[in-house]
Write a protein that binds this ligand. Structure first.
Ligand code: NAD
Length: 367
């Protein structure tokens, strides 16, 4: 596989140029006028196995944004599976629309048929804007879906396990920064009050952290405040200015960028969002030069993928949590490698993932 660290792909690039920049294998555009389905499925790399990644339902400002997102997200899944020791490739899908108003049984089942037409090369699951009920509809048309409800024999919502590995990555980062992994008394600013953030905040509160939270959907913030007393709400744009120890991006990607870096006065960036660095090279280096620790997103948010992978094998909670537990030690290893090699933590994590992909590719080529 030819791939090293890359910069952000500008929207203005030609489609095939975008696809070839990161060496994607296949990109499928799916359309159904009757149900209003507009979807893109991107398969980045299947060296390690079928491409598994969730379906994001989001109202993109334009098609170029949707393409850019699905290409970045699917690439991240390749590295997430590789670094987590899973036999999975990287893929992801987006559906363009409003998740609050545009969902219907026919849209999901039509989408399920498109997923099925890929014969298992792409396997779907939940992501932003989708949930287990949506997976249930998809499962009516294809077996290539995970994160299906427990009553159907699935492992349910992957978010609690994603929150767990994110929490472990955050604690390992605290250990590296402070010599002690307790978050007691630490101020954590959480961007997003969605599925993963809710479980993460529960763990933070239990560990004694002071939590600030924001979401563009204010009702979700209110619901969390009702559930956990003492958590503080801030306006969406004010989250970067909170006097914090840890910034936890748990909404959309690219929030660590030129505009936010001068405002983020924290020791650690550790959250569950995918693709937190707008540009892996530029902003990865900026974070390093500012003396902040960045817990690589595709490493610490791997819990959900680990959980749905275990579902594919025949779900066993203990096995999933056992694999998830490894994120703590791996995060520390990555910080130590980055320090030793004088590279960013993101680069160190990519190197480890790419090493495994190259080794397994070689192994597969043997008789
Ligand atoms: P979700 O849809 O439940 O929550 C995302 C929340 O972010 C929503 O409430 C949305 O309103 C909010 N949001 C969007 N833009 C925002 C902004 N600018 N400011 C504040 N809030 C904003 O999604 P989720 O499943 O909790 O996923 C959150 C992130 O974690 C995503 O980046 C997702 O790709 C990533 N992730 C999720 C899982 C999982 O298991 N669900 C696994 C790995 C990675």
């Amino acid at each position: 596989m030819e791939s090293t660290i890359i910069s952000t792909t500008p929207n203005t690039m030609q489609l095939f140029e975008q696809i070839s920049t990161n060496n994607h294998e296949q990109v499928v555009f799916c359309h159904d006028k009757a149900s209003g389905l507009k979807s893109i499925i991107a398969i980045h790399n299947t060296t390690l196995g079928p491409a598994l990644g969730g379906t994001r339902f989001w109202n993109y400002a334009n098609d170029a944004d949707a393409i850019r997102d699905v290409l970045r997200l699917s690439r991240g899944m390749t590295y997430k599976a590789a670094i987590s020791g899973l036999n999975l490739g990287g893929g992801k899908a987006v559906i363009i629309g409003n998740s609050a108003t545009d969902k219907s049984e026919t849209l999901w089942r039509r989408y399920g048929k498109f997923v099925n037409s890929l014969n298992g090369k792409y396997i779907t699951a939940e992501d932003v804007g989708t949930n287990t009920a949506d997976m249930e509809y998809i499962a009516m048309e294809t077996k290539h879906v995970t994160g299906i409800p427990e009553y159907m024999g699935g492992s349910g919502d992957p978010s609690p396990v994603t929150a767990y590995t994110t929490f472990l990555g955050m604690k390992a980062s605290a250990k590296k920064a402070y010599g002690n992994d307790s978050l007691n008394g630490k101020i954590v600013a959480v961007q997003g009050a969605g599925h993963v953030a809710g479980y993460l905040i529960e763990m933070l509160v239990k560990d004694g952290a002071t939590v600030y939270v924001t979401d563009i959907a204010t009702d979700k913030v209110k619901a969390l405040q009702n559930k956990f007393s003492g958590i503080n709400a801030v306006e969406p744009d004010a989250i970067y200015d909170v006097k914090m120890d840890i910034y936890a991006p748990c909404a959309m990607g690219a929030t660590v960028n030129e505009n936010t870096l001068s405002r983020l006065k924290c020791a650690i960036i550790a959250g569950c969002a995918n693709n937190q660095l707008e540009d892996e090279v530029v902003h990865g280096n900026a974070v390093k030069n500012m003396g902040m620790l960045y817990a690589p997103d595709f490493l610490i948010n791997a819990g959900g993928l680990i959980n749905v992978y275990t579902e594919m094998l025949g779900y066993n909670r203990e096995r999933a949590m056992g694999k998830a537990d490894k994120v703590y030690g791996l995060t520390l290893d990555i910080y130590n490698t980055a320090e030793k090699e004088n590279i960013t933590s993101h680069q160190a994590a990519l190197m480890l993932a790419e090493k495994r992909i190259a080794e397994i590719a070689k192994l597969k080529s043997m008789l």
